[in-house]
Unconditional design. Structure first.
Length: 500
């Protein structure tokens, strides 16, 4: 009481009424029932409050209010840490226990889908775990067992996914195998060695940590990171290329276009399911997304990093064509396309091996940029397909050449690209290309049509395939060249040996 002040105490305790209030009389038992009723109301309110609070708390702990997964894009696609120390575990199947390798780490290899782990937290925040690049599901964590009669090195380690964790007031991308130093643990946080970290941020939402990201390339370098929550609210979150159903985008296939990706952001036109390139002599080389899916045993289009995977079909020169049961694939790795050799991929004895490799493909752990695997590598790109993208031949490996080695252009002019969609060439009707001898000459057996009119009409005719009616019309028109431009007609006869 003294804390509140003696004056307040005296003011509140001094009687001011000279007439006392008489106690109101009630009928026997009514007051007691009212007391019980009010206590019951208070108890019900308390139970309702505790129930709602418990319900909300359980959902919070379970992570129901967090974004269930994010699509992550790291940097601009050309960020590389050239001396990443990869320390394999003691139970490694591919290397002796405790082996440490120095590898080039292309950060865009870690682009893709990161899913909320509802069973763990990091400093009271959620943990997001990297998913496969093929179908955005968890990587296989069991030890592999393949037929060693074909590949002596076929016992592979399960893919260890990277994780987003919250440590030291920052969100961090960490990987337990990747270290900054060969000997030091460099665990500057309880999360372990970090590859990427946000600015200091107290929020619980990973998506709120926008701006101020830093990446480790042997030193701290500022970078950009895109974080897109995969839970859609309406069709606009699916880029209007799909329908939002229960928070997931269901991508459409319409008007000859198939849409891919978590947000239906990648489009694959029917004419680009098969693409072509050229050998040095101009001969045609064919690649097919449908063949890749058939080889893997998938329906539809097989994807890596939400881009279609292509398989070689035919046309490569003998020195470049796959040998024996080998195959060649064109695959996206997060920011670059690579053409890589798949040793013994068509051998039935290796089917389980390659099925596991494709489902668990990861640009870094597969060392997709190694010259022993890849012969061609593209420029950094976010293109939906390799069409129109410039490529480079992978050459000698030396410190003077950078992380990918010596790259020789596989194009004559920048922007020329190596691949084209398999679109039939547009043909045009050629009639008296040097002009008619007499434009006013009336062509026999016509309703007064002269050569000049036929020449102008022919310019409106084009076709892609010979079953187009314009092709037949053009053939009929060119019959008039005998009278409208006899010199060209005679030359055509001499070249082809027959009347055109």
């Amino acid at each position: 009481i003294e804390v509140l002040g003696k004056t307040i105490y005296l003011a509140t305790m001094t009687p001011y009424f000279t007439t006392g209030f008489k106690r109101q009389k009630t009928r026997f038992g009514i007051g007691k029932r009212i007391k019980f009723f009010l206590k019951g109301v208070y108890l019900v309110n308390l139970l309702l409050f505790l129930s709602v609070m418990s319900f909300v708390s359980i959902k919070q702990i379970r992570g129901d209010y967090y974004c269930p997964s994010y699509t992550v894009g790291l940097g601009k696609g050309d960020e590389v840490w050239e001396e990443a120390y990869v320390h394999y575990p003691d139970d490694s199947k591919r290397y002796p226990g405790g082996t440490t390798l120095t590898l080039s780490l292309v950060f865009s290899n870690f682009n893709g889908h990161y899913k909320l782990d509802k069973s763990r937290t990091s400093n009271g925040r959620p943990i997001y775990v990297e998913q496969t690049k093929s179908d955005r599901t968890p990587f296989d964590t069991e030890n592999t067992k393949f037929n060693t009669s074909v590949f002596p090195y076929s016992q592979l380690d399960p893919i260890k996914p990277a994780e987003f964790r919250y440590c030291g007031g920052r969100w961090m991308l960490v990987h337990d195998y990747i270290r900054k130093s060969k000997h030091a643990t460099d665990d500057i946080s309880d999360c372990g060695p970090w590859l990427l970290r946000s600015q200091e941020y107290l929020g619980f939402d990973l998506g709120g940590a926008a701006g101020g990201w830093q990446i480790w390339e042997g030193k701290i370098v500022p970078t950009d990171v895109s974080l897109t929550c995969d839970k859609c609210k309406d069709d606009a979150d699916c880029n209007l290329n799909g329908e939002c159903n229960n928070g997931k985008c269901q991508c459409r296939k319409q008007d000859g276009v198939m849409y891919l990706g978590e947000h239906c952001e990648v489009q694959l036109k029917d004419e680009c399911r098969t693409i072509t390139s050229q050998n040095y002599d101009g001969s045609r080389v064919t690649w097919s997304a449908d063949s890749a899916a058939a080889w893997i045993g998938e329906d539809g289009i097989y994807q890596e990093y939400s881009r279609p995977m292509y398989s070689y079909v035919e046309g490569l020169s003998p020195e470049l064509a796959p040998k024996g049961d080998d195959n060649v694939a064109l695959v996206y790795t997060g920011s670059r396309y690579v053409i890589t050799n798949l040793e013994q991929a068509k051998n039935n004895a290796t089917s389980a091996y390659w099925e596991w490799q494709t489902k668990n493909f990861h640009g870094f752990w597969a060392q997709a940029f190694s010259p022993s695997y890849s012969s061609l590598i593209s420029e950094p790109t976010q293109s939906d397909t390799p069409v129109g993208v410039d490529f480079f031949w992978v050459g000698e490996q030396d410190e003077q050449y950078g992380p990918f080695g010596l790259l020789r252009p596989a194009f004559q002019f920048p922007g020329e690209g190596l691949f084209r969609c398999d679109v039939p060439r547009l043909n045009y009707c050629q009639f008296c290309s040097n002009g008619a001898v007499d434009s006013s000459f009336i062509v026999p057996e016509t309703d007064g049509v002269n050569c000049g009119e036929l020449e102008e009409y022919s310019k409106t005719l084009s076709w892609k395939t010979e079953d187009d009616p314009n092709y037949s019309i053009c053939l009929n028109i060119t019959q008039a060249e005998e009278v409208c431009c006899p010199a060209e007609w005679a030359a055509a006869v001499n070249v082809s040996g027959q009347v055109p």
